[in-house]
Design a binder for this molecule. Structure first.
Ligand code: ADP
Length: 476
């Protein structure tokens, strides 16, 4: 399979074809991806720019039909797309199919939103004047996506972009060209006019600056690492260009003495290790009060050790491999750093399986304090720490003592503590007796502090980023 760029409605291959390797089995090469250069990126921007006005003038019905079609296609191919996703990224097959389903639902949701766009009609403070407030599309938007949700994140940027009348240039992550290409194939089959959606595959460090610095691109939505995000924000700031960033997390899960033990363990297991911990909303710091600490650690250890780690497509597998060699090395290095700083490590070893892949055991790191590096920096792997604390107030203080603020969770049966935590947690998303990861597709997603920048993604809140407000006065 060759993955090509989609530029102005045409499939374009160029550059050295880069192999797309299955992290569960490195002998399995899914295909080869074209590597666009600055020239192709510029062509894609020109195509989007030429198509933007036409799409901005499209009717809500046209937008609904296109998005609804894309959603239907995704949902009816969920099994095959889910398998592709699991082969490409390494999350388990049920997780892969689940993510594809979510992508389909996102397109369906924004199909509906295309019909529901509203404005305000107001009386002026002056006599004989009427005011209407409407939302216009931004024009050409640049979307830069990461590897950990290869179809859901492109979907939650592309769908609102199109629903609100924008033209798109999508630059997906290098590690997952297959899902982006499959999504582009579906979009290409729809009635979307050519040039409205463009896919450019290649190196972010090379293509990114062209996309970000082109004056025809009016807004950049980025999900990825903190350093890249900060660089993009600086570049956009210098140009006064609209920007939206979703970056890292160091998400706390607080477990109080009165928590239901089995619920808390299930919530921690899911939040910390599912999807191989490669979710920006993963629970990486388990902040546990002293009365339940030993029982919680013992039970979580037992459950964690029983997790089946193997080929993402294998039967009953609960945790697939790490995405690539570089990420695996980084995870193992963080486990070592924690050990060197005096923490106790359970699991966390490199393991081999029948197929050659990037496998490691999930790691639970106990006896940690919040100032250790393992509790300050995002690992992005199946690695969770335990921080023992005296009481609820200390737990909240420790939970908030981080540069990040994406998601925060608490397990408790106390309505008072759940309510206080929802109010006091410095995070964009708060979970009570639920994993920090795993969110709905129809409500806002995003964080505070160093995790996010700009307006929220998803749900109706997406309109904030993908439109600009116009206030029109009419004298009669
Ligand atoms: P990760 O380390 O998880 O791969 P990155 O932030 O490097 O995270 O990548 C997220 C996305 O950003 C990818 O699509 C990548 O190609 C892109 N990217 C990387 N460097 C740049 C850059 N300098 N400008 C724009 N996009 C970039």
């Amino acid at each position: 399979m060759d993955y090509q760029n989609l530029i102005d409605g045409a499939w374009v291959s160029c550059g050295t074809a880069v192999p797309n390797v299955n992290p569960s089995d490195t002998t399995d090469v899914l295909g080869h991806a074209a590597q666009a250069g600055i020239e192709e990126m510029t062509q894609a921007i020109s195509a989007a720019d030429a198509a933007a006005q036409g799409w901005a003038a499209s009717t809500p019905q046209q937008r609904f039909d296109v998005l609804d079609f894309i959603g239907t296609e995704i949902l009816s191919n969920a099994q095959a797309l889910g398998k592709l996703l699991s082969r490409e990224e390494g999350k388990t097959l049920p997780e892969g199919i689940g993510e594809v389903t979510r992508a389909g639902h996102i397109f369906k949701f924004f199909a509906g939103e295309a019909l529901r766009q509203t404005g305000d009609l107001l009386a002026s403070v002056r006599p004989g004047v009427g005011i209407d407030v409407t939302r216009d599309p931004m024009g050409v938007v640049g979307l830069i996506t990461p590897w950990n949700f290869p179809i859901a994140i492109p979907a939650w940027k592309v769908a609102p972009a199109l629903a609100y009348g924008n033209a798109v240039v999508l630059k997906p992550a290098e590690l997952v060209p297959g899902c982006a290409h499959a999504l582009a194939q579906i979009i290409a089959k729809s009635d979307l006019p050519k040039g409205v959606f463009n896919l450019v595959l290649g190196l972010g460090s090379e293509l990114g600056p062209t996309l970000i610095n082109d004056p025809r691109v009016t807004a950049i939505s980025f999900t990825g690492s903190v350093p890249t995000g900060r660089g993009i924000a600086a570049a956009c700031g210098a140009q006064l260009k609209k920007v939206q960033l979703e970056m890292g997390g160091k998400n706390p899960l607080v477990v109080l003495d009165d928590a239901d033990l089995e619920t808390a363990v299930e919530v921690a297991l899911n939040g910390s290790f599912f999807s191989t911990g490669q979710r920006c909303t993963a629970s990486s710091r388990l902040i546990v009060t002293q009365g339940i600490h030993d029982r919680f650690v013992a039970r979580l250890t037992e459950r964690m050790r029983a997790l089946k780690v193997d080929h993402a497509l294998g039967d009953g597998v609960q945790m697939g491999p790490v995405v690539d060699a570089r990420q695996l090395a980084q995870n193992l290095e963080y486990v070592q750093i924690a050990k060197d700083q005096g923490a106790q490590v359970i699991g966390g070893a490199r393991v081999t399986r029948e197929t050659e892949g990037f496998y490691m055991e999930p790691a639970l790191i106990t006896d940690t304090t919040n100032d250790m590096r393992i509790n300050r920096e995002e690992v992005f792997g199946p690695v969770a720490t335990v921080i023992k604390v005296a009481d609820f107030d200390t737990a909240v203080r420790v939970a908030n003592d981080t540069e990040f603020g994406l998601s925060a969770g608490i397990c408790t049966q106390s309505l008072k503590h759940a309510t206080l935590f929802k109010a006091q947690a410095q995070a964009g998303m708060v979970m009570v007796n639920l994993p920090t990861a795993g969110v709905d597709y129809h409500v806002p997603f995003g964080g505070t502090k160093g995790s996010s920048f700009g307006s929220r993604e998803q749900g109706r809140y997406a309109a904030e980023f993908y439109t600009k407000v116009k206030t029109a006065y009419t004298g009669v």
